[in-house]
Design a protein around this ligand. Structure first.
Ligand code: FEO
Length: 388
């Protein structure tokens, strides 16, 4: 397999995971890539590796340029095994290589692998190393999204390699965003942010602010396609917007239903938003995956969640969504729990409790015993219109 030169003397030597369908709960309909970069200079540098099962693909791309034994420096921007999985193989082949990582990277790698004999060099933000004609510097990106995360910046090439940040789960033949459909890549980058970066927007804001001080004409993340030219500004602006939690006057109604009553309530809520001219979307959890719904929620002011009561608790689909939401914790939303029930209605309290944990403003809780009848549904709509 071939390497692809992305800058003079700098090659993409990653692997394409066409089969990847999920990533710890995140639905990856388009697969993914694990991007590694090889820099040929007086020192030969490998920036990140790939998942273990795809190490031969990476090695064959490296071998199309050099013998992996000649690698002088391995940079581990992030310890998670989709990027570090092949480091032991490389360190075994390149016996004299130095392994560069952040302070937390060293701790993390030593807890993942048997690192006996590895020559670690720990770097901090703004530290610089010379590799010949080039200089590399580093930006620690703590908690974007692990404690060890950092970016490597090739100064003369104006190339940022920020690992997970700015990435997208997309398998493709193309390597650059401008060779693909921008809107599709941007939506996948938004989904990546919503499902991976969202709990750490404070740290992401700090990291992106540092990165924006650099002179960058290419951002080469560790997943998906590479941003260059005008697209660099677009993805930086996207992160600025998502980090700032800027919401539109928009609602998402997320629900499951047993005999259709909770769906009827959902439709009454929909009509209220529609009547007020507020953009609104319906997401039946039997149809939509929780990781895709998170992408819709990232810029939605209103979150409405409905569940019937089943076995004294939530429907399993709604429970799954609510716990995923609780972990990703988008901030400052207006919430509406709703649902039908038979005799106790515990599901409503469970939704309310998680909304309260997230410190959401609960605009209304709408519940019905068994089946809404007569004017009940119209009354829900009118009552909600008066509150919006
Ligand atoms: Fe792509 Fe956090 O690993």
């Amino acid at each position: 397999m071939k390497a692809l030169e992305i800058k003079k003397g700098i090659y993409w030597v990653g692997a394409i995971d066409w089969d990847l369908s999920e990533f710890h709960g995140y639905l990856t309909q388009r697969g993914s890539t694990y991007n590694a970069y090889l820099i040929i200079d007086e020192k030969i540098v490998l920036v990140d590796t790939v998942k273990y099962h795809l190490r031969d693909e990476m090695l064959s791309r490296i071998r199309s340029i050099i013998d992996p034994a000649k690698i002088d420096i391995v940079i581990s921007n992030h310890t998670e095994m989709d990027h570090s999985g092949a480091i032991p193989d490389i360190m075994n082949m390149a016996k004299n290589a130095t392994l560069i990582c952040s302070p937390n990277g060293e701790k993390g790698l030593k807890k993942h692998f048997d690192c006996d004999g590895w020559n670690f060099k720990v770097v901090n933000s703004n530290e610089k190393i010379n590799i010949g004609k080039r200089n590399l510097s580093f930006v620690l990106m703590q908690m974007v999204h692990w404690p060890d995360s950092m970016a490597t910046y090739a100064i003369e090439d104006k190339l940022l390699m920020p690992n997970d940040a700015f990435g997208q789960h997309m398998a493709s033949y193309e390597r650059f965003v401008d060779e693909s459909l921008f809107d599709v890549v941007y939506e996948e980058a938004k989904k990546y942010f919503a499902n991976i970066i969202l709990p750490y927007t404070r740290q992401s804001t700090t990291a992106v602010t540092e990165v924006e001080k650099l002179d960058i004409d290419m951002i080469a993340p560790s997943h998906g396609l590479i941003w260059r030219g005008a697209h660099v500004e677009k993805i930086l602006k996207g992160y600025d917007t998502w980090d700032a939690n800027i919401c539109e006057n928009k609602a998402v109604i997320i629900y499951d239903t047993m005999w259709g009553s909770t769906k009827k309530i959902a439709m009454s809520i929909y009509k209220a938003f529609e009547a007020k001219g507020i953009k609104v979307e319906m997401k039946n959890l039997k149809k939509y995956h929780i990781s895709d719904i998170m992408t819709d929620l990232i810029d939605s002011k209103y979150i409405c969640v409905g569940s019937p009561t089943l076995n004294n608790t939530l429907m399993p689909t709604v429970a799954s969504f609510m716990y995923y939401l609780k972990g990703l914790r988008p901030q400052n939303r207006i919430a509406i729990p709703f649902g039908s029930y038979g005799w106790a209605g515990q599901s409503l309290k469970e939704i309310e409790d998680i909304f309260k944990f997230l410190k959401y403003q609960i605009l209304d809780t709408i519940k019905f015993e068994y089946i809404p009848k007569g004017n009940d549904l119209e009354a829900i709509t009118q009552d909600l219109i008066s509150k919006l």
